[in-house]
Design a protein around this ligand. Structure first.
Ligand SMILES: Nc1ncnc2c1ncn2[C@@H]1O[C@H](COP(=O)(O)OP(=O)(O)O)[C@@H](O)[C@H]1O
Ligand SMILES: O=C(O)C1=C[C@@H](OP(=O)(O)O)[C@@H](O)[C@H](O)C1
Ligand SMILES: [Mg+2]
Length: 172
């Protein structure tokens, strides 16, 4: 399989664990959101403000298509990447897909201090995360080769679990 791709909700740890996995595997690491920021020179909240969510999703779709065409990279996606069917197809075809699962309670704790997620600027971020997870969880599962629990486990332990379970996956 060409790439190793992380999907899952905000605060699951895709960016953190992707970086550690890439280091461990000595592969390049790409974070779709970071690549969009590098390419545009703007941060994610600014893009949402100026272009709306639709503008961001179009940029995200183009970036996912490009990054899924790479060979031998670890790729962290944004939590909403699975919302578009075109992205799900590209991600599934682009390599092994790992769904990093986190409970809503853990997501709340891990995202509370970070102002960089425009979708969580709501009166009740916990409800927002719960509603998004209800909608997206089946989509993460639809394309995942592995579902990995991240609740109450430090990133290093999640990384070791992924590496061990990847070895035991049958070929697709
Ligand atoms: N397994 C974990 N246990 C505790 N904290 C974590 C874990 N994974 C990530 N974090 C922390 O949660 C926050 C969000 O992680 P991040 O990698 O940005 O998530 P994502 O990219 O999935 O939104 C960061 O502060 C990170 O250090
Ligand atoms: O869930 C989402 O729709 C989003 C998740 C974010 O990435 P992380 O999942 O890395 O926080 C980022 O792409 C954007 O703010 C939208
Ligand atoms: Mg991230």
């Amino acid at each position: 399989m060409r790439n190793l791709i992380l999907v899952g909700p905000m605060g699951a740890g895709k960016s953190t664990i992707g970086r550690l996995l890439a280091k461990e595997l000595r592969l390049p690491f790409k974070d779709s959101d970071k690549e969009i920021e590098l390419r545009t020179g703007a941060n994610i909240p600014w893009i949402f403000d100026k272009e709306g969510e639709l503008g961001f999703r179009d940029r995200e779709q183009a970036m996912i298509a490009e990054l899924c065409g790479c060979d031998g990279v670890v790729l962290a996606t944004g939590g909403g990447a699975v919302m578009r069917e075109e992205n799900r197809r590209a991600l599934h075809a682009g390599g092994r897909v790992v769904y990093l699962h986190a409970s809503v309670e853990q997501q709340v704790g891990r995202t509370a201090r970070d102002r960089n997620r425009p979708l969580l600027r709501t009166a009740n971020p916990e409800k927002t995360l719960r509603d998004l997870l209800a909608l997206r969880d089946p989509l993460y599962r639809e394309i995942a080769d592995l579902v990995v629990e991240t609740d109450e486990r430090p990133p290093r332990m999640v990384v070791l679990d992924i590496l061990e379970r990847l070895q035991r996956l049958p070929p697709r």
